[in-house]
Design a protein around this ligand. Structure first.
Ligand SMILES: CC(C)(COP(=O)(O)OP(=O)(O)OC[C@H]1O[C@@H](n2cnc3c(N)ncnc32)[C@H](O)[C@@H]1OP(=O)(O)O)[C@@H](O)C(=O)NCCC(=O)NCCS
Length: 327
């Protein structure tokens, strides 16, 4: 393999056309544009139409990533979809994506690591490529969270949006992944969850009446741990790559709350202009947030060839992680 590394060959993203603004939300729940903007940094988010499922968003993003990578889809040996809003509990959304893209002979599975899902999936796929250097991996973060939020609960429904981002990974001669870091702490599982619809609380009339199939969150607690875990993840990933904060050209943080992002950047010593943000337009798209932001940062020229880029995320589980790459 020489000094080749695993790297990103192509990126893609898809955002549903429909935009839901804070002013639209004012008509739905007891909230205000001012509260949402000042507490979260979100102005609007995209919402998928009823006829689309998460796999459809994933397929749109993946198609662009495959085209940009310039590879033959027959050479894809692995498809991972990172999602907490799969088309259904079984089969995996990645198998549905495989069929829709007509990709033969790929192994397909989903990763449920909430908002850290894309980072966990890239990290896992990177090991696959190292063992199968002539193949490619398609990694997608895709979510339709709008189907799992309670549109009468103002403390959660204002935060999330739908979308998908994708990348094709393979061996590269220049740049590539310099380090990955993943962490979790399941003792915090109750802070962020969708309680019903699984084996513990199968869907019944009672779970529906009590709205237990929707996302529940202890926002304040999550906030505090998010800042610590994201800072720690970046520091650990940079250390593994033998780099320091000074080497970093662009940070792509998970886009959950602008105040979380600002606190993380401040603690790390990064100025805000070194980060790429789309939270104002997209809200929190869970596993889709980091790949969509990466796609936008690259396509708008914020990230240039040779730049050192850090992706960092945090989410339900709780989970966290970071990637360091040279573009
Ligand atoms: C959810 C979050 C925005 C709430 O912000 P906050 O500043 O912590 O606000 P609080 O929860 O303390 O609520 C303050 C008040 O605003 C109210 N409020 C909550 N949502 C509101 C809304 N959409 N509009 C108006 N008021 C709202 C609360 O009811 C509370 O009122 P009270 O003081 O009368 O009880 C914030 O905690 C957060 O972003 N946490 C991280 C969550 C996250 O990102 N999770 C995903 C991780 S991947």
């Amino acid at each position: 393999m020489g000094d080749k590394r695993v790297g990103i060959l192509g990126l893609g993203a898809y955002l549903p056309q429909k935009v839901l603004t804070n002013f639209d939300l004012e008509k739905m729940v007891n909230t205000s544009d001012e509260w949402i903007r000042t507490r979260t940094g979100i102005n609007s988010r995209h919402i998928a139409p009823p006829e689309l499922a998460t796999s459809d968003l994933a397929v749109f993003a993946a198609g662009i990533a495959i085209k940009n990578a310039g590879i033959k889809k027959e050479d894809i040996g692995l498809i991972i979809v990172a999602t907490i809003t799969p088309d259904m509990i079984m089969p995996s959304t990645s198998c549905i994506v495989q069929a829709k893209l007509d990709i033969k002979e790929a192994a397909c599975y989903d990763i449920n690591a909430a908002c850290s899902g894309f980072i966990f999936a890239v990290s896992t796929a990177s090991d696959y490529i190292k063992n199968n250097p002539s193949r490619y991996a398609l990694v997608i973060g895709a979510e339709i969270i709008s189907r799992f939020v309670d549109w009468q609960d103002r403390s959660t429904c204002v935060l999330f949006g739908d979308g998908a981002g994708a990348c094709v990974l393979g061996m590269v001669r220049e740049g590539g992944l310099l380090s990955t870091y993943m962490g979790s702490d399941g003792t915090f599982a109750d802070l962020l969850k969708i309680p019903a619809g699984g084996s513990k609380l199968p869907t019944t009339h009672k779970t529906l009446d009590n709205k237990l199939g929707f996302l529940k969150m202890e926002g304040n607690e999550v906030f505090k741990i998010a800042v610590r875990a994201m800072v720690d993840s970046v520091n650990k990933a940079l250390l593994k790559a033998n780099l320091t904060e000074k080497n970093v050209d662009c940070v792509i943080p998970h886009q959950a709350n602008l105040r979380i992002i600002e606190a993380v950047l401040k603690k790390l010593g990064f100025s805000k202009d070194r980060a790429f943000l789309n939270i104002d337009r997209c809200g929190n798209m869970s596993a889709a947030s980091t790949p969509v932001a990466l796609y936008e940062a690259v396509s708008t020229g914020k990230i240039k060839r040779g730049d050192i880029v850090v992706l960092v995320a945090f989410g339900g589980g709780l989970t966290w992680g970071a990637l360091v790459l040279r573009w």
